[in-house]
Design a protein around this ligand. Sequence first.
Ligand code: B1M
Length: 211
Amino acid sequence: MGKLEEIAEAIEGGKSKIIAGLVEEALAEGIDPLKILNEGMIATMGNVGEKFKKAEIFVPEMLVAARAMKKGVEVLKPKLAAGAATAAGKCIIGTVSGDLHDIGKNLVGMMIESAGFEVIDLGVDVPVDKFIETLKENPDTKVIAVSALLTTTMPAMKDTVAAIRASGLSGFKIIVGGAPITQDYASQIGADAYAPDAASAAVVAKQLSAA
Ligand code: B1M
């Protein structure tokens, strides 16, 4: 079995204790960190989601897989976020109210940080008021990044964008993303940009903050 398959199997089986070692071994074998992330980890979470949809596994299995993935990402982080250098400004990031998914949001935060931003991570299940309060405390914020993973929390994303606009605060751009989010939806709710994945979120953040 190849190292990526071993990583995938360990994540799917929620083997948090061995995942860090496997990722280190993969890096030592010279496997590209992005390949480990995309093929060994993100693709595996897709499989986990499919199995959940078919009721082959349940929430506890999804949870332990997520924990294992986080442990693996910790090992990859210094490799993926190696480029942090220039001061691009502040970015406030969070997953919307009612939504507890944070792996994608954490990856987005990590890539935005490596693009030179100071990232203020509000975590998951972030009430609209928290975004606005943090924005008031950090008037030099350049980017607000809002994540949602559930179709049922897409309305919370819409409310978040609307409330930020209604606050009258300005000088920043809003980027949205997450599995159920599309460019169309982003435009519909008045976000400045949509990004399909963490790497493009960092590129878009940089472009918008320079505009
Ligand atoms: Co949940 N879950 N989950 N879950 N979960 C999904 C999302 C689901 C698709 C599974 C499925 O049914 N196939 C499904 C949603 C269905 C839908 O809405 N249509 C689902 C469900 C139903 C649920 C619960 C309702 C289950 C239940 O309780 N019955 C429940 C909801 C809890 C809540 O939030 N209130 C729930 C709970 C959980 C756990 C807590 C157990 C766990 C999350 C743990 C954690 O995050 N700490 C979990 C997990 C692990 C998943 C799956 C399996 C994996 C998610 C993940 O981490 N993917 C997921 C299935 C799937 O995604 N295929 C699923 C890897 C990650 C890297 O990808 O987050 O998509 P992702 O991020 C991507 C892009 O989306 C993008 O960049 C990242 C890649 O580079 N991106 C952005 C994300 N945010 C962005 C922001 C941006 C730009 C890009 O700009 C700001």
